[in-house]
Ligand binder design. Structure first.
Ligand code: OTD
Ligand code: ZN
Ligand code: ZN
Length: 346
């Protein structure tokens, strides 16, 4: 039985760090384990221009505790007014590693997202030309589309048409939650990748709704039926280079989650690597964890694998994770997988 596993230091290819007091509190939770992360731009107001991304990057680095090493990989929030030349300049300077597409209203702080996809064509064409990836929140927002179907409909109505109209555009389907998405990725070429969160490998929709509503399991895209969770597990543990880790760790304070209108998001930065070791072991795929968490993401983004290593150790007693972390804005509950975990990460 494997008791110890050493992998290259992992990266998180989809992360919410927020700003101010929340940033200060959650950044160490990620930097403790991850070398780099793709930083989501859905602040209020969003990070739209290269200048705003540079300023946000400076705030993240200023919040990093002494002695911790971490590289934030910045993204720009795509709006209908985004200037292709600003995007190109931010990419050329090395600052920005991706542009993020939120259909307007799809998730937390996405009101400035795209309504008319034709309006962003010039930006997408510029991105295809310069090789800058597009990260997509892949859900339609039409009121007549059931929330559990919004990802599958996005693929047919938005994503596939955009990709066909923009040859060479490199796309990451972020936080995929369905068998449909995994099958679409598998059917395409290397210009398409997908991130998978830790929590979508662990929960299905019953976790949210059975035995009382569990706001800390509510996130977007919402967890689907069990068959979808199993398809995600198969994809993540397949060794296929197109799938890589993006935790989508998305902190909200407890009062904002435990509310009549609770915010979407699971906070998994603290225990993600332990949970992934548990999941990959369950799937008999511990040998695929390095690829998923440490190698496939850098390959997609054209970056080197981290030179440092992480060792995961399986102990005899369950690891005790904090139930919450305290932030200047209030407590944030750490994702509870609902089972004991014996793997710790150093
Ligand atoms: N999903 N919550 C948030 C973002 C994501 O779609 C996402 O990327 C958030 O709070 O920023 C969530 O449930
Ligand atoms: Zn999203
Ligand atoms: Zn996210």
């Amino acid at each position: 039985m494997t008791r110890e596993l050493t992998i290259p230091r992992p990266d998180d290819w989809h992360l919410h760090l927020r700003d101010g007091a929340m940033l200060q509190a959650v950044l160490p939770e990620t930097a403790r384990h991850f070398g780099r992360a793709i930083i989501m731009p859905n602040l209020v107001p969003p990070v739209v221009t290269g200048d705003q991304a540079a300023a946000y990057r400076d705030r993240i680095l200023a919040a990093l505790p002494d002695g911790m090493a971490f590289e934030p990989l910045m993204t720009l929030y795509l709006t209908e007014d985004t200037d292709p030349e600003d995007v190109a300049a931010a990419h050329a300077s090395g600052l920005v590693k991706a542009v993020k597409l939120y259909p307007a209203g799809a998730t937390t702080n996405s009101a400035s997202g795209v309504r008319d996809f034709d309006k962003v064509r010039p930006v997408l064409e510029k991105m295809a030309e310069i090789g800058l990836p597009l990260c997509t929140h892949g859900e339609v927002t039409d009121h007549d589309i059931d929330i559990f179907d919004r990802e599958a409909v996005f693929i047919d109505r938005v994503l596939d048409p955009i990709r066909k109209a923009t040859p060479g555009l490199r796309v990451v389907m972020e936080h995929i939650t369905t068998k449909n998405a995994a099958e679409y990725v598998a059917s395409q070429d290397k210009d398409l990748g997908a991130t998978i969160t830790t929590h979508h490998l662990i929960i299905n929709r019953n976790h949210i709704l059975v035995g009382g509503i569990k706001p800390h399991y509510y996130c977007l895209p919402v967890a689907k039926r069990e068959e979808h969770r199993l398809a995600l597990r198969a994809a993540a543990t397949s060794g296929d280079v197109r799938y890589f880790l993006g935790t989508d760790s998305a902190p909200h304070t407890d009062p904002n989650k435990e509310s009549a209108c609770g915010c979407a998001g699971c906070f998994t930065a603290t225990n993600t690597m332990s949970l992934l070791a548990h999941v990959f072991e369950e799937e008999g795929a511990l040998d695929k964890l390095a690829g998923f968490a440490s190698e496939h993401g850098p390959a997609f983004y054209g970056l080197p694998v981290n030179a440092e290593a992480m060792t995961l150790t399986k102990g005899d007693a369950p690891v005790a994770f904090p139930e919450k972390i305290e932030t200047g804005d209030g407590p944030v509950t750490v994702f509870d997988p609902g089972f004991d975990v014996y793997w710790s990460a150093e």
